[in-house]
Design a protein around this ligand. Structure first.
Ligand SMILES: Cc1cc2nc3c(=O)[nH]c(=O)nc-3n(C[C@H](O)[C@H](O)[C@H](O)COP(=O)(O)OP(=O)(O)OC[C@H]3O[C@@H](n4cnc5c(N)ncnc54)[C@H](O)[C@@H]3O)c2cc1C
Length: 423
């Protein structure tokens, strides 16, 4: 059992507003049969083990949701997050377009943890010491675990190209993107300059497409100056791996809105206001959005855990880390050994949530674990920012206001589960 958390407050390094009340107030769960005695903080059973959730990603919020309804007997739960607010990625393009407020896409992790009777440590996990079963975090004592799970997302690829860190808007962590864009749009309102405003979005995947369309929709409404939006990508065609009809629809809609799409443009570096390519002329920009795909945080390599060539931690179909029975990893940060090509998309982290929850419970109880198999096809919905969305499924593509209505419904109903101020 881990002793080192006993004397720590329920929430470490959080402003008062995020501090849970006494845990006994938030616990509403029945006692498990056959457990005698009263444990820590009024728990009806002794808490002899520690479950530690690292990161507040799309899977872990579902684990917390489940723990609020039914705790794991004997387990004290700790959540380590580097930011109290997690962002639901599916609604970020809609936020950029001005369709949602930032609160619509935020999940308040301390509030969710409070409902689950979990404590929150607001710190960045820097290493997982599996030999001693401890998580090393910034500016806090090590946190011991009996069972742990990582759902820490990813960072953006290509940040080491010359000039990217200095001049481009990185799109991950997504919470930073949301904050930086809001700030930049507010600054634009103050500027007197009336010359053409040039936005270059780099990346031909779903993120690049949605960001170029939603930025175009928002800025064309909000700034009183000519606007040019260019979407550049290194491939031959947009959205490789998706139905070709979807790429055609993107191009048609781009022409209608004046968005320029340039394929075969591999970026080699960025100087202030100018992006340079392997071939072809450089492009001038006022805002450069960098959305070329996911790269791993260094946590797993720094911990000596098994990783794939990109540094993502390798997991089995049970979502356990290779060679580690008590450590799970899900979402962008993990690569399934059996399905290494699974895209780094929030939709997979969402689907892994229920399996992770059941497997953590099974592991705690000593039961058999189930296997997760990623779906081979999923509903892709792209918000174009002006009330229209594009979609693809089973090799077919479609578009319209009804597609946006569907996307909004799906996203809002997911978020509703975690909005702690709901009635
Ligand atoms: C602009 C854009 C739009 C996107 N739109 C979609 C979309 O519509 N649909 C889709 O499926 N995917 C989309 N994606 C991809 C999606 O963002 C990611 O796949 C998804 O967020 C990954 O979810 P996750 O649960 O793995 O982690 P995340 O949701 O990224 O959560 C990671 C969590 O871990 C915390 N954390 C990180 N590092 C640490 C650490 N060291 N210690 C403690 N805590 C840590 C973070 O604060 C956060 O709480 C989009 C991506 C971008 C850039």
């Amino acid at each position: 059992m881990a002793q080192d958390l006993k004397d720590q407050p329920a929430v470490s390094r959080l402003p008062q507003a995020h501090c849970p009340k006494d845990r006994t107030e938030v616990r509403r769960t029945p006692q498990p049969p056959g457990r005698a005695g009263v444990g820590l903080a009024g728990y009806p059973w002794a808490m002899t083990s520690d479950l530690v959730l690292i990161g507040g990603g799309h899977s872990h919020v579902q684990v917390l949701e489940s723990l609020a309804l039914e705790p794991i007997p004997g387990f004290r739960v700790t959540v380590i997050v580097d930011s109290p607010m997690a962002i639901y990625s599916g609604m970020v393009p809609g936020f950029i377009a001005g369709q949602y407020k930032v609160a619509d896409l935020e999940i308040d992790i301390p509030a969710l943890a409070e409902r689950a009777g979990a404590r929150v440590v607001l710190a960045r996990a820097t290493r997982i010491d599996t030999a001693n079963r401890q998580i090393v975090v910034t500016d806090e004592p090590r946190i011991s675990f009996d069972l742990a799970s990582a759902n820490i997302g990813s960072t953006v690829a290509g940040l080491d190209l010359p000039g990217i860190r200095d001049f481009a808007l990185p799109t991950r962590p997504i919470a930073n993107l949301v904050r930086l864009l809001e700030q930049r749009i507010a600054e634009l309102h103050q500027e007197e300059d009336r010359s053409t405003y040039r936005v270059v979005v780099v990346g031909g995947g779903a993120g690049g497409v949605e960001l170029s369309f939603t930025l175009q929709a928002r800025l064309s409404k909000e700034i009183d100056r000519p606007l040019v939006v260019q979407l550049v990508h290194s491939g031959k065609r947009l959205m490789a791996g998706y139905p070709s009809g979807l790429a055609r629809r993107i191009r048609r809609n781009a022409v209608r809105r004046g968005i320029q799409i340039e394929p075969n443009r591999r970026v080699v570096g960025v100087d202030e206001g100018v992006v340079r390519f392997q071939t072809g002329d450089p492009l001038a920009f006022d805002a450069l959005v960098w959305v070329i795909g996911a790269a791993s945080h260094s946590l797993f390599r720094d911990s000596g855990l098994p990783t794939d060539s990109r540094g993502f931690v390798r997991t089995r179909s049970t979502l356990q880390v290779e060679g580690e029975d008590d450590l799970f990893a899900v979402g962008d940060c993990a690569t399934l050994d059996e399905f290494p090509e699974t895209p780094k998309a929030g939709v997979y982290a969402v689907r892994q949530g229920p399996v992770l929850t059941r497997n953590l419970r099974a592991k705690a109880a000593g039961d058999a674990l189930e296997s997760y198999r990623p779906q081979s096809d999923f509903l892709t919905l792209l918000n174009l920012g002006d009330g229209i969305a594009l979609g693809a499924k089973w090799g077919r593509s479609f578009e319209g206001r009804w597609v946006m209505w569907l996307k909004d419904r799906i996203d809002r109903s997911f978020m509703h589960r975690f909005q702690t101020d709901r009635g």
